[in-house]
Design a protein around this ligand. Sequence first.
Ligand code: PNS
Length: 163
Amino acid sequence: MITVLYPGSFDPFHLGHLDVIEQSVALFGEVVVGVMHNPTKPSGMFTLDERVEMIRNSIAYMPPVKVIAFGGLAVDAAREVAAAFIVKGLRTGGDFEVEQQMAHTNHAVSGVRTVYLPCKPALVSISSRFIREIAHYGGDVSALVPPPVAAQLSRVHPRDEVF
Ligand code: PNS
């Protein structure tokens, strides 16, 4: 059994993220989901604790998955949970550009390697940003997120700064 870290901002967690976790469990055995801050993104729709709770409720059927909030670097989270690799999902070519830079940088500073997993073709268009936008205007996002996230999003109060 190999432990891997799946870091992300998950604001909110969606079916593309769930696909990466399911693939990671099948390939490696044990997955730690690290809910982290992305400095390039705005303050966020949900707090880190709210995101952790929604993800825990969404992956409850997969016992080899743990969910933690982590305030520092992804490579420090990987070391703390003794992860052999970082895993990341790739949806678009744009994702690849960004992920490649992060993977090289993370390896240069820590020696930790990143493994990319391609997202299911049916899920490549899902993005947390569009989910926030649709939910903000009261739209139905239940086709894009697990039921616990859809329930939480239906309770969201419109705020201007969420996307
Ligand atoms: O889901 P996202 O927003 O694409 O995830 C990006 C995330 C949170 C994984 C990335 O911003 C990150 O690793 N943040 C922690 C800080 C860090 O390790 N920075 C160094 C990047 S080389």
